[in-house]
Design a protein around this ligand. Structure first.
Ligand code: KG4
Length: 338
């Protein structure tokens, strides 16, 4: 089954062709990083405009790269939630037009389900049930994946996502948007023990996370140093941020494995590219004998192949939308209301 899939939830426009879920025939991406970097963050209106400019040429490219004709496409899949509403609407409306023109079904896909599905593409032997950690710029979730489309939230962030925390603290350290990868590079030369940063706990659900206190602590340290005329050890502060994020996420991921009783953790999303987090998860899983799957760097960030992959499993489960499909800025991963 060939699926033409679309992703436009934030600052990447992407179109892919996948076969039977896990085989990627093409994955065309236009990253808007340079466009938004000037403003220090994503400007939603600019993102929507660029999606609108890029989506048709990318669809042509995805079909050409895959070597398939329009008439070969069996279904269209699209990220319909969560994300920036204007950005999502570009993908949803284009996908609806494509489905109408090609006379094929349309499958709405939850973006974070896509991040989890990136692991199916990379790891042929991964099948539910497993526990998933989705860590990206907009979401930080621990999920009990009982089946390809049967999921329960175990824990989530109460405020900022881990990626947002990286991006905001990177900005305080003078790094350009999106700062996560550059903060990681800066941290290489630092001493994480030089700055003491908070590790928050959410009493009502030990698997929930919070990153806003960490962000505020970094802002305060930088302002204090500035006011006192002291030089900030940026590398050590960056290292302390990486360490605090790992200390927040990794024990909860292990507790999530305890809660589900399954011995497999799959990790996806842009922040899964962080080598400190990858190493800490590897170490923790090795100690407890759990199997660990992490999406490869090429599939950590937003892409349409992961949407086509999850779309395939949603299709098998009977998920369909019609031309009244809307986009939703927020939606829980375990209770889809498309
Ligand atoms: O998955 P993604 O491309 O977009 C969303 O769905 O949100 O994730 C983007 C996020 C950004 O916050 C970016 O700074 C972060 O992933 N990121 C990283 C690294 N690479 C990307 N954060 C920490 N370390 C990295 N190496």
């Amino acid at each position: 089954m060939l699926i033409l899939s679309f992703e436009s939830s934030c600052d990447e426009t992407a179109v892919a062709v996948t076969e039977n879920g896990r085989r990627v025939l093409s994955d065309a991406i236009d990253s808007q990083v340079a466009l938004h970097a000037v403003y220090g963050g994503v400007v939603p209106e600019l993102a929507s405009r660029r999606h609108a400019e890029m989506i048709a040429p990318l669809a042509e490219r995805a079909l050409a790269d895959a070597g398939v004709a329009r008439s070969d496409i069996d279904a269209v899949a699209v990220t319909a939630a969560p994300g920036l509403i204007g950005a999502l609407l570009v993908g949803v409306n284009f996908a609806k037009s494509a489905a109408l023109a090609l006379d094929v079904p349309i499958i709405p896909v939850h973006h974070v389900r896509g991040h989890i599905a990136a692991n199916y593409i990379a790891h042929p032997d991964l099948e539910p049930p497993f526990t998933a950690l989705a860590v990206s710029g907009g979401n930080t979730l621990l999920v009990d994946v009982r089946g390809y489309t049967d999921m329960r939230i175990l824990g989530s962030t109460r405020d900022d996502a881990a990626g947002e925390c990286f991006d905001k603290t990177a900005r305080v350290l003078g790094l350009p948007y999106p700062g996560g990868a550059q903060l990681e590079a800066l941290a290489r030369g630092g001493d994480a023990s030089k700055y003491i940063l908070p590790r928050s706990h959410v009493a009502s659900n030990p698997l929930d996370m919070s990153f806003s206190g960490l962000k505020t602590a970094v802002v305060n340290i930088a302002h204090n140093a500035d006011q006192k005329g002291e030089e900030l050890d940026r590398a050590s502060l960056a290292a302390a941020v990486c360490s605090a994020v790992c200390d927040t996420i990794v024990p909860r991921a292990m507790a999530a494995l305890d809660a589900t009783g399954n011995g497999t953790l799959a990790v996806g999303g842009g922040v899964a590219a962080n080598s400190y987090l990858r190493a800490a998860l590897e170490e923790a899983c090795r100690k407890r004998g759990a199997r660990l799957f992490i999406a490869p760097l090429s599939l950590c960030g937003d892409n349409a192949a992961m949407i086509g992959c999850q779309g395939y499993y949603e299709y098998l489960a009977g998920v369909r939308a019609d031309l009244s499909l809307n986009a939703y800025a927020t939606m829980d991963i375990d209770s889809l209301t498309f």
